[in-house]
Design a protein around this ligand. Structure first.
Ligand code: 9MJ
Length: 686
């Protein structure tokens, strides 16, 4: 079919709009439209391109999904070699670096003039070269040995923040962008979490994950990995192009042309300021979104860089100062099994204490028995552990060569290490559980922590440590014991003054007046989260009706599927749970009970009969408030999208619920649309 000028124009507009939105989202970190709007435009472009296949160009935003697999990578010779960096292992070596620079530049820089440095966090990924010709991405290569690398063009094209077309018009006809491709911390955690639950490949660290993702012959796999590019220099540039005089200005050009540069970089005067920057970033290291292994200091003035030149394969005008390593070797001395609220037993590695990136580590998680099998780890092994940021330290791998003869297998205990009850593993689950329920001290502690938590009974002043003390001192064995505590007992506990003891007793009194939803959530029924608990409360209105409900009735409640229904039935069938509920009522826990709002009650309300789900991040309004407003207008709010859902309110970064809603053809409201809805119905404050 011939393409009309009108369609052609629409294609161009859509591509430009999508590129702009991607740039705002992935490069500037400033999303300007909800994901749903982006997706709508993307789908429109996709469908036009499907109708007019000849209109598809290599730089279309739809072409970032990967291509059929290659048989092998070809080699690319870098027009200009890609350099490595000299390392400084401590402050003295950094100061020495400047002294050597000054010695070489004696005739050019007066000793009284400070040298200016660009300080850049050193990302731990893979160095790449990306070539743009007339603004179009034409080639990408790994650094390789610095002289030749592998052609990874198809893979790099799939990376979300790598523009297929440069922005603006004032870029050189030929431009080689150099930078690091890496996986941010959150993306790495999610990648491994997904791999653990789907038997996929678990990566030891973000660097390996980035390397493994980039070196895929099938770029459609690369497209699914959370890779990012951070540009930090240029290689070849058309001769006629007049470049600025400072490294920092080149980075600003790259930014204008649509490439991400590091926002945490700084320009400072003199090596002492570099030392200070290093110390400050060292303090910030754990809280950054991405892993760094040091700081790169580069002389900012390009003329000075030129004068200094290179030695071997590293420039004389730059140096990398290294941070302490995030991975260390230590010994696995034993494995303990920790028991959680639902009885799940988690194996925890007891390690010979070792310093990792400034912190002494003596425990690491081993997740579950499948993970132990995957690692092939035994007690007595030398293991590599990794600590990055606030994430719990992980056992990354075993140093098999160092396995002692007396290394022993790790076995799941058959009895709970805390209470001695049987440990059971359901064939379909990765976890094994203690069958002791609230008889088990560990489960009791966790259950009481949950019972008193903010979204449950919200008992002010009853923190985790205090719960542990109370259980250990056998002052509380079950929920109702909390309400029998007396002042002397509480005040006698460690770190408890009389005033805080009084406050605790007062909050316990206050917490007795609760709601049915909170009470149900506080009971800790498996798979019953805040939303499901509230839905049960709204649907039944009375606790007794929930206790007596059969499976079919439970399934009618929004959000309740077969698994949840089974857990609810099993919970209320247990005699000791019935006793706990009776005891709680006896000590005075109460909540307003009322006939559930029937369709008739809300009939007059504007959203009567409509079922909403809220997902993603809302910026103007909290999710709790959003829910209340919808309910106020007669709507029902549930936690998961199904055919019963009428509308999904999708904030930023909405994930699988949005995908599902789209697949089911359910109405989707972004935040702006949601606020319009509230305005339309004259909700106060909007
Ligand atoms: C990293 N890895 O973040 C350089 N790097 O410059 C930065 N690496 C580099 N610069 C010249 N920020 C060679 C390598």
């Amino acid at each position: 079919m011939m393409i009309t000028a009108e369609v052609s124009k629409r294609i161009q507009d859509l591509r430009q709009q999508l590129n702009t939105y991607s740039h705002q989202y992935y490069v500037l970190d400033e999303p300007s439209v909800p994901d749903a709007e982006y997706d709508r435009l993307y789908r429109e472009l996709e469908s036009i391109e499907k109708e007019f296949p000849d209109s598809v160009t290599a730089d279309s935003p739809t072409q970032k999904v990967g291509a059929p697999p290659l048989a092998s990578f070809t080699q690319i010779t870098h027009e200009r070699p890609m350099l490595s960096l000299e390392n400084a292992m401590n402050e003295t070596e950094l100061v020495d670096f400047e002294r050597k620079v000054r010695d070489r530049l004696k005739t050019e820089i007066d000793a009284s003039v400070a040298i200016e440095y660009a300080c850049e966090p050193k990302l731990d990924g893979l160095a790449v070269s990306i070539l743009y010709e007339n603004g179009q991405l034409v080639q990408a290569a790994t650094r390789g040995d610095g002289a030749t690398g592998e052609n990874i063009t198809l893979n790099v094209r799939t990376i979300k923040n790598v523009p297929l077309v440069l922005r603006g018009t004032d870029y050189p006809a030929r431009l080689e962008v150099r930078g690091e491709i890496y996986i941010p911390k959150a993306g790495f955690e999610k990648l491994n979490e997904d791999a653990r639950s789907n038997d996929g490949k678990v990566f030891a660290n973000p660097r390996n994950a980035a390397a493994g993702s980039l070196r895929q012959l099938d770029s459609r796999i690369t497209a699914k990995r959370p890779l990012e590019l951070c540009a930090y220099s240029i290689g070849v540039v058309s001769e006629e192009y007049a470049l600025p005089n400072k490294h920092e200005e080149i980075l600003q050009c790259l930014k204008q042309w649509g490439l991400k540069i590091n926002n945490d970089m700084a320009v400072v005067q003199g090596i002492q300021a570099c030392v200070d920057y290093f110390a400050e970033m060292g303090r910030k290291r754990d809280s950054l979104d991405y892993d760094i292994d040091g700081i790169v200091f580069k002389i900012n003035d390009l003329a000075i860089q030129q004068t200094l030149g290179f030695v071997a394969r590293a420039p004389r005008w730059a140096i990398a100062a290294k941070f302490p390593a995030q991975e260390e070797i230590t010994l696995l001395e034993g494995v303990d099994f920790q028991v959680g609220r639902t009885g799940a037993l988690t194996p925890v590695a007891r390690l010979k204490p070792v310093h990792v990136a400034g912190v002494i580590v003596s425990n690491a998680t081993l997740h579950n028995m499948d993970e132990i099998a995957r690692l092939g780890v035994k007690i007595g092994d030398a293991v590599i552990i990794r600590r990055a940021g606030d994430v719990i330290p992980q056992v990354v791998s075993v140093v098999i060569d160092r396995r002692p003869e007396n290394a022993t297998d790790i076995v799941m205990p058959t009895e709970c290490p805390v209470c001695g009850s049987n440990v059971e593993r359901i064939a379909t689950e990765a976890v094994a559980r203690c069958s002791g329920g609230l008889y088990c001290g560990a489960q009791r502690k966790e259950a009481i922590k949950h019972f008193s938590s903010r979204k449950a009974l919200d008992i002010d002043g009853l923190g985790d440590k205090l719960v542990e003390q109370l259980v250990d001192a056998e002052l509380i064995n079950s929920f109702d014991d909390l309400f029998h505590l007396n002042l002397e007992e509480v005040a006698a506990l460690d770190r408890m003054a009389e005033k805080s003891a009084k406050n605790l007793l007062a909050s316990l009194e206050t917490a007795k007046n609760t709601t049915l939803g909170r009470f149900l959530y506080a009971l800790g029924i498996r798979e019953v989260g805040v939303t499901t608990a509230q839905n049960l409360a709204d649907y039944f209105g009375f606790l007794e009706r929930i206790q007596q409900a059969d499976e079919a009735t439970l399934l009618a409640v929004p959000d309740v599927g077969e698994i949840v229904a089974k857990h609810i039935l099993a919970f209320f069938k247990e005699e000791h749970n019935q006793i706990i509920i009776e005891q709680l009522k006896k000590v005075g826990l109460s909540w307003p009970e009322a006939e559930p709002a029937s369709a008739e009650d809300s009939a007059g309300l504007p959203l009567a009969g409509k079922v909403y789900v809220i997902t993603g991040t809302l910026s103007e309004i909290s999710r709790d408030d959003a829910k209340q407003f919808l309910q106020q207008l007669g709507g029902k709010v549930t936690g998961s999208v199904s055919a019963k859902t009428d509308c999904l309110v999708a904030g930023e970064k909405a994930g699988s619920k949005l995908t599902k809603a789209e697949a089911l053809g359910i109405d989707i409201l972004d935040e702006a649309g949601f606020i319009k809805l509230l305005q339309l119905h004259q909700v106060e404050g909007f």
